[in-house]
Design a protein around this ligand. Sequence first.
Ligand SMILES: *[C@@H]1O[C@H](CO)[C@@H](O)[C@H](O)[C@H]1NC(C)=O
Ligand SMILES: *[C@@H]1O[C@H](CO)[C@@H](O)[C@H](O)[C@H]1NC(C)=O
Ligand SMILES: *[C@@H]1O[C@H](CO)[C@@H](O)[C@H](O)[C@H]1NC(C)=O
Ligand SMILES: *[C@@H]1O[C@H](CO)[C@@H](O)[C@H](O)[C@H]1NC(C)=O
Ligand SMILES: *[C@@H]1O[C@H](CO)[C@@H](O)[C@H](O)[C@H]1NC(C)=O
Length: 368
Amino acid sequence: MGAVLAVAATPAPDTVARSVSVQNNDPLIHFHGRWDPAPETWWGSTGFKLHVQDLSSLTLNLGNHTTSPTVQLGVSVNYGPFNTVNVSAGTNEIPLIVSSDETDDAKLPATSVVRINVPGWQDNRLELENIVLNPGAKLLPYTPSDIHFQFIGDSLSAGGQYLPQIVDQAWTFLTPENFKAEHLINAQPGIALSDIDAYGNVHGMSYQYFVTEDTQYYYTDYHNYTTPWNFARDQPPATHVVIHIGANDSGNNPSLTRPQTYLEFLSRLRTLYHTQPFFIFTPWGWPQPDGSISYYYPGQYETIVATRHALGDRNTFLVNTTGWVTLEDVFPGNMHPTVDGHIKIAGLFQEWLENWGLHPLSAWATPA
Ligand SMILES: *[C@@H]1O[C@H](CO)[C@@H](O)[C@H](O)[C@H]1NC(C)=O
Ligand SMILES: *[C@@H]1O[C@H](CO)[C@@H](O)[C@H](O)[C@H]1NC(C)=O
Ligand SMILES: *[C@@H]1O[C@H](CO)[C@@H](O)[C@H](O)[C@H]1NC(C)=O
Ligand SMILES: *[C@@H]1O[C@H](CO)[C@@H](O)[C@H](O)[C@H]1NC(C)=O
Ligand SMILES: *[C@@H]1O[C@H](CO)[C@@H](O)[C@H](O)[C@H]1NC(C)=O
C-alpha cells in the first residue's frame, strides 16, 4: 500500500530535467593526440574538443588511473585563453571561464567550443570515463581546421619542465593557436633522436614517436609497455610536420652519427606523410652568460636537408633559427626559453611560415 503513495509522489519522468551523459567513445568527441584504448592520455598536448549547443555546465568523470593526486589540464572555452584546472579521479566540474579576468562563469552563447588537454610531459594521465553536460545541452560535430601541425621534439618543444602551463605555453602550441590550426605535439624533455637512454627516457624519439605511449610508460606500473600508434587515428591527418631535435643526442654522445639517424627517421616519416612539407629546425643553441650562443652539430642540419633534396624530396625545408634565441629569452639557470621566449619563437616561426607561403586562417572552422 505504501508503494502506491511512493509512485504517486514521483514526478513523471518526462518533466525531470536530465543531465546529458556522453560516453567516452561518442563519435562527437573530437579526440586528438595519443589516447590508448582505456581511454587514457599519453604525451603532453593530448586531449579533446567539444562543440556543444546550449552549454552551461561540464563535468568530467575520471577513472582511477588518472594521475594522483591531480592531473593538470588546460581548458579553453570559445577560443579564449587556456586556463589551468587540476582534476582527480572521480567527478570534476570544469569551470567554463571564457576570459581570464572573469571570476564567475560567463553567460555562454548558443553554441560553445570547449578544448581540453593535458599539458604535462609527465604526470599527464587522464582516464576518461564519461562527460556530463547540463540538461538540454546537445553535442554537435566539431569541424577541424584545414591546417594541422605535427611537432616532434624535446624539452625545447615540450615547454620544458619550466613553464607553469607547460606545453600550452610553448611555441609548439602557440604556433597552431596563431594560425587557428589543430595541433599534435610529441615532445619529451631530455629525449634524444637516437634510440638511446637519455635523461630518464628509455628510448629515443626514433622509437617513441611510433608508439602510443610517451617515455614515462617505463615508470607506470600498470602500463609498463608500448603499443604501436595507429597513425590513421590522427584525424584529420597532419598537414605540416615540424621537427626540432638533437640537443639531447649532443648532450649524451657528440660522436653519434646524427645525419644518418635523422635521415632514417625522415625516410620512415615519409612513409606516413607522403606529401606534407617537413620543416627541419636548426638548433637555436644554448645562450651563454657572456652573451655568446653555443651551437651543436653545426652544418649537419643543412646536410640532412640537402641529402633529402638529392634524394628527390624537395618538400623538406630548413628553418634556420640562428639568432632566434638570446640570453634574455631564456632562464639563466637552464638556458630554456621563458614564457616570453616561447612567444618570441612562435612569432619568428610565424614570420618564417608566412614568407614560405602559409598564412593564419581568418576564423576557426567551428565557430563559437
Ligand atoms: C579502479 O577502478 C576499477 C574499475 O572501476 C575498479 O575495479 C578498481 O577496484 C579500482 N581500483 C581502486 C584502487 O580504486
Ligand atoms: C595545480 O596543481 C599544481 C601542483 O600539481 C599547482 O602547482 C598549481 O598551483 C595548481 N593550479 C591550480 C590552478 O590549481
Ligand atoms: C638535454 O641536453 C642538453 C645538452 O645538450 C642539456 O643541457 C639538458 O640538460 C639535457 N636534458 C634535458 C632534460 O633537457
Ligand atoms: C618497467 O619494466 C622494467 C623492466 O623491463 C623495470 O626495470 C622497471 O622497473 C619497470 N617499471 C615499473 C614502474 O614497474
Ligand atoms: C643561418 O642564418 C645565419 C644568421 O643569419 C647565417 O649566418 C647562416 O649562413 C644561415 N645558414 C644557412 C644554412 O642559411
